[in-house]
Design a protein around this ligand. Sequence first.
Ligand SMILES: [Zn+2]
Length: 125
Amino acid sequence: MHEFSTAVGIVNAVKRAAGSHKATKIIAIRLQIGPLSMLNHDQLIFGIEIAAKGTILEGAEISIEVLAVKTLCKNCGTEKVIEEQKPIYDLLATLICDKCDSKSLEITQGRECVIKDIKAVVDSD
Ligand SMILES: [Zn+2]
């Protein structure tokens, strides 16, 4: 399952970050996810909760910020931000440059799944 392996990766990355900052408890995690990552948010959060059990991440509040899809035209260099939440397959099928009608668009944002912020309790010793 795509979501669960991603969830385990996120939990491991937060654990590593917590270790290097001497954090003793993770309070909140904020993720940024692009629509093209194909991740189901509920399943991802559920996966993180399972992977976090028994670790310093257990009980952390998980929030997800959805990023817009951004494209760059390879023909004329025009950037485009796609805010509308169309189904992904429709979206990809209709990618056309507004300026030159080229279909040769590079997706520059929208596939990511990144940890934006981590709120933690840090041991002051
Ligand atoms: Zn163009």
